[in-house]
Ligand binder design. Sequence first.
Ligand code: G
Ligand code: MN
Length: 397
Amino acid sequence: MQYSSEQIQDGLAKSELVLHYQPKVDFLTGRLAGAEALVRWRRNGRLLFPGEFLPAAEESGIVPQITERMFPQFLRDCRRAKDEVPGAVFSFNVCAQDLEDGKLLDMIRGSVDDGSIDSRQIEIEVTESCRIRESHSTQRTVSGLVSSGIQFSMDDYGTGFASLETLNRLPFSAIKLDQSFVLKMLNSFKSATLIKTSIAAAQMLGIKTTVEGIENEAVYRSLMHSGCNQAQGFWICRPMPLDDCLELLRSERRWPRSPIGTIRMAQITHNWQYKLLVDLVASVVQEKVVDGTALEQVHIDHHGCALGRWYYGAGQDFTGDPEFDALEVPHRQMHETCELIAQALTDGRSGRRIQSLLQRLSSSSIRVSNALERLETRLLIEEIGAVPAGSLARRDA
Ligand code: G
Ligand code: MN
C-alpha cells in the first residue's frame, strides 16, 4: 500500500516516525564502527519500512519536512552516543532537496558549536533518487559540511544519479556501493567486477567505501579482501532501536577481519601511480613542454604518495615483518629517482638520461610491488590455514 503525503504529514505530527540504527563493521578490525539511522513509521501497531512511504514523500516533495523533524532526533541520539560509544560514527540520510535548504547545515553547526556533538561523529549520506543540482545553496551546504569536518557520503553508488559525474563534482569523502550489485555478486562476474573496481577507483581518489546489502558470509568474505573499508547488511545486523544498537557497539562482538585489503590497495595504487607517472614523463619528453602541474606530480614526498600514506600510517602495524620492511628502501629510491627525472626534465636533458632514469624507476617499482605481493600471499596462506579443514563444499551443490 502507498500512503498519501497528508497521511505521512499526519504521522510526522503525531511523532509516529522513529529512527532505527543499522550498524556497520570495519573490515580491518572486525569491530563495529558506527551505524546508519533509518526512518521507520509506527502506524496502527505496524512498523512500516521506508519503501512503503518514502517514494510518495519524494514525489510530493515533503522529504525536507521529514528531515526537519527527524534530524533533531538524530542529533539527540548522537549526543547520547558521544558519551556511551566514543569514536563511533553515525550517519543520516538526506536527499538532494535537503541540500538546497540551509536548515540542515544550521542545525549541525548549532550542535557542533555548542560542543554537544563532535563533527567527526556524523556522516551525511545523500541518496541517489534525485539529481543534486549545481545551485549556489547546494554548494554552500556541501562546502559548509565538509569544512566543519563532517563526512559526506554518496549513497546507492552506481545507480540513478549517483554517478561518476556527481562524484567528480562534489567533495564526497565516502561512497556506499548499492546493494543491487552486492546481492548479485556471487553469481555475476560483472557485478563483482564493477564493485571491486569501483572500490579501487575510490581508494585511489582517497575516498572511503562502504558496501551495503551483505546478506551472507560468502559475500562478506569475498569483499573482505577487496580494499573496502566498511560492511553493512542483514548478515551483520538488522536495523534496531538505538538502545540495542548502543549495547551492541559497546559489546566485544567481532566479525571476520583481514589486513589483506589494505595491502592489495597499496599494491594496486602503487602500480597505477607508477604507470601514470611514466606516461606523464613520456608525454613531457615527446611534447618537449615542461608543464608545472606535471612536474608537481613527479615531485611527491615519499610520505605523501598513496603508498607512503599507507606505509607510514596504517601499514605501520606490520613493522618488523621482513616483507614490509623490505619495501622502504626501494620506495624511497623511487622518489629519489623521481626527483632526478624532474630535474632532468627541467634542465632539458637528453632522452638518453631520462631513459636510464626510467629504467632505474622501473626496477625499484618492481621491488616494491613484489614485496607487497609476497606480504599479501603469506597473509592469505595464514588465513586459509586458520579455516578448519574439510569444510569446503561446492557452492552450487
Ligand atoms: O540505500 P540505503 O543505505 O539508504 O538503504 C538502506 C535500506 O536497505 C534500509 O531500508 C535497510 O533496512 C535495507 N537493508 C539494509 N541491509 C540490507 C540487506 O542486507 N539486504 C537488503 N535487502 N536490504 C537491506
Ligand atoms: Mn543510506
